[in-house]
Design a protein around this ligand. Structure first.
Ligand code: B12
Length: 222
């Protein structure tokens, strides 16, 4: 199979949420002589971006397609990482979780999958994460970015979410050390909301989250 065919077949498999078929394309790519590095950076990452953008434009697309696109990218990346000729340089580290009182986890998992394929180390704190847990974990894991997912208006704007994370960072003199990014449906309806609750940035989806978060990491890392 040519590179163009591998790319197209991988995209089709992901679009159909067919994980086995996507893995078969990766095996074929290895047999064709593509290196694990090329598979991640020349196949998986660009094909994930193209598929996400195609899904977003397709009125008949569904949640499973979004979810599986990121999930497959994340799993293939983990599989290929073991085979990299040199250990990959990890760009930075993010602690991610859903805000206090919020149990919605799908958006966060998609963002995590996209970040992993961009060589960002992700510590997933789960759902219903308190502001104290976010800050403690960021310190413990030496992260650069705290990423907070909120799917409901009251968990996005409430006192126990991002606002409290900002207060804790301020009171502990940690503002220079960490950047805070938020995401989830409420931020898409009000694109200035992130500023009102004390975040440094927001992103609308997994692919743009990857771009914004890698920029934030570069801004903090010495
Ligand atoms: C699935 C779902 C559930 C599932 C969650 C399952 C799970 N494991 O996640 C269940 C059934 C458990 C659930 C429960 C509830 N839900 Co609900 N749920 C939804 C639903 C249908 C989809 C949410 C979702 O997963 N979207 C798909 C993901 C992929 O999209 P996304 O989350 O937006 O994520 C993308 C971006 O936002 C961004 N992103 C997400 N997080 C982050 C984080 C960062 C840092 C960044 C940069 C980007 C980013 O990238 C993601 C990938 O592209 C929405 C309605 C809707 N259509 O949105 C309601 C919805 C969010 N739920 C709602 C409500 C009210 C509830 C309940 C209170 C219902 C009840 N009465 O019990 C409970 C609350 C439980 C709790 N305490 O959290 C309301 C919230 C209303 C509001 N305005 O506040 C909604 C909007 C439904 C509605 N129209 O009323 N829910």
């Amino acid at each position: 199979m040519s590179r163009a065919e591998l790319f197209r077949t991988y995209m089709e498999a992901v679009f159909d949420t067919d994980k086995a078929a996507a893995f078969a394309v990766v095996r074929a790519a290895l047999e064709e002589g593509m290196t694990p590095e090329q598979i991640v950076f020349e196949l998986v990452v660009p094909a994930t971006e193209d598929t996400m953008s195609a899904i977003t434009k397709d009125p008949d697309a569904n949640l499973a397609q979004h979810f599986m696109t990121a999930q497959i990218a994340s799993e293939v990346t983990e599989w290929m990482l073991e085979r990299f000729s040199q250990p990959p340089e990890i760009l930075g580290r993010v602690v991610i979780g859903t805000s206090s009182g919020d149990l919605h986890s799908l958006g966060k998992r998609i963002v995590s999958g996209c970040l992993k394929s961009l060589m960002v180390d992700v510590i997933d704190l789960g759902v219903n994460v308190s502001a104290e847990q976010f800050v403690e974990a960021a310190l413990k894991h030496d992260a650069q970015v705290i990423a907070i997912s909120s799917m409901m208006v009251h968990t996005a704007t409430g006192e126990n979410g991002c606002q409290k994370v900002r207060k804790l960072l301020q009171s502990q003199g940690l503002e220079g050390q960490f950047r805070v990014i938020v995401g989830g449906a409420p931020f898409r309806f009000d694109e200035e909301l992130y500023q009102k609750i004390g975040a440094d940035a927001w992103a609308a989806d997994g692919i743009s989250a990857g771009k914004v978060i890698t920029d934030l990491i570069r801004g903090v890392k010495p």
